[in-house]
Ligand binder design. Structure first.
Ligand SMILES: Nc1ncnc2c1ncn2[C@@H]1O[C@H](COP(=O)(O)OP(=O)(O)O)[C@@H](O)[C@H]1O
Ligand SMILES: [Mg+2]
Length: 363
């Protein structure tokens, strides 16, 4: 097959940023600004691995030349891992472009990607369907913070509304009392320039769950458990920016993950059920990774990642490939499976054959 891998490289994101703001931004670039972008190593690994599977592959940076590139390359399917940089709908850009150009693509549609990047909208939908998730409140920059914190249960955690990859989630994002919370919240408004979500802190086991398939073939892969004992002493038990990108380095990986998770059969069944429900109500397609944390006996959905990270090396500690590996899929077999799932969903083999009756109608 002819496959285009659409991606957002860290370098590409920086170029876009400079193009938009040049040297004229009066805002300092936050240290985690490009956290959602992929390294060149990951992009090369995805492209070369799909090539080795026997496909003709081209990599396309998801910048403003993407429409021309896709028109010129005419891929049969787009393998999309592009996160984008600007705006709350940045993850929808490639799926939307593919929809417009009539090119099949892997993963969820623009609506689902738009919703899942908004932690409040996601939780509102989950809550509507009575799917457990932490009680929360949205805080806007113009609001009286102390008033918004009134009656809110502490400890709590605060996060930017529309980010991923632990961007904006630091060791000090866990708030222990309303008095000290206001200062941190003010700092976050200044740094991230967007509303914040404050959630009840759930102190149970944390898991992340890779899921793939469609319809009645949705499959939950072996569950990954995050073991916070491996964090430096004094660190709060969360998968923060420090934990993900600073303390856990490929050259000195932390022993943070156990797969399959150590869960009782009942707990495992509960997790699987809640994850399947979230998948269903959010309209996920092909693949995703869902973060879960226990509140007592009840697994709660933390957030849903319809564009999961797929770093290639074991020591990168990337959770979707880790779950797939535990299920017996190499990196290549994992990528081929995602492509197969999408090809099947789009009914591609049938789609190129225009039915006789439809052709007759056109004359
Ligand atoms: N309500 C919560 N209770 C406890 N920990 C949380 C809660 N929400 C987030 N966390 C911690 O913060 C981490 C990052 O939050 P998450 O919502 O998954 O954001 P991201 O999109 O950056 O991955 C989680 O993996 C978890 O460790
Ligand atoms: Mg997460």
């Amino acid at each position: 097959m002819r496959i285009a891998v659409t991606h957002s490289s860290k370098k590409g994101l920086l170029a876009e940023y400079m193009q938009r703001f040049g040297g004229h931004s009066d805002q300092a670039i936050p240290d985690d600004m490009f956290a959602e972008g992929d390294s060149q190593e990951t992009i090369d690994a995805v492209i070369q691995t799909i090539q080795r599977l026997g496909h003709k592959v081209v990599g396309i940076e998801a910048d403003n030349r993407v429409v021309q590139r896709l028109k010129a390359e005419k891929p049969q399917i787009v393998f999309n891992i592009a996160e984008g940089l600007f705006g709350d709908f940045r993850e929808s850009y490639i799926p939307m472009t593919c929809e417009r150009l009539g090119i099949p693509y892997t993963g969820s549609d623009p609506l689902t990607l738009g919703i899942c990047l908004n932690k409040s909208r996601t939780k509102e939908i989950l809550s509507h369907y009575a799917i457990p998730n932490a009680p929360f409140r949205l805080i806007y920059p113009h609001e009286d913070i102390q008033a918004r914190l009134e009656d809110f249960p502490f400890p709590a955690i605060v996060k930017p509304l529309s980010e991923g990859s632990s961007k904006g989630i630091f060791n000090d994002s866990v708030l222990f009392a309303p008095e000290s919370a206001a200062e941190i919240i003010q700092k976050m408004f200044a740094k991230y320039q967007q509303p914040l979500v404050i959630e009840k802190f759930l102190d149970g086991k944390e898991l992340t769950v890779a899921v793939w398939g469609n319809g009645d073939e949705v499959e939950v892969l072996p569950i990954v458990e995050i073991c916070f004992d491996a964090l430096p002493s004094g660190a709060v038990p969360i998968y923060s920016y420090e934990a993900k990108w600073i303390w856990d380095r490929p050259e000195k990986p932390l022993n943070l993950f156990v797969c399959p998770a150590s869960l009782s059969l009942t707990a495992e069944k509960r997790v699987e059920a809640v994850v399947r429900e979230a998948w269903q109500v959010l309209g996920i397609k092909d693949w995703c990774r869902i973060d879960v944390r226990f509140d007592g006996e009840i697994p709660n959905i933390l957030e849903v990642n319809p564009l999961p990270g797929i770093l290639p090396k074991h020591e990168d500690n990337s959770c979707f490939p880790k779950a797939a590996r535990t299920a017996g899929y190499s990196y290549g077999a994992m990528l081929e499976k995602i492509i197969d799932i999408a090809v099947k969903r789009w009914g591609m083999k049938d789609a190129v054959r225009v039915p006789e009756a439809a052709l007759a109608d056109c004359i």
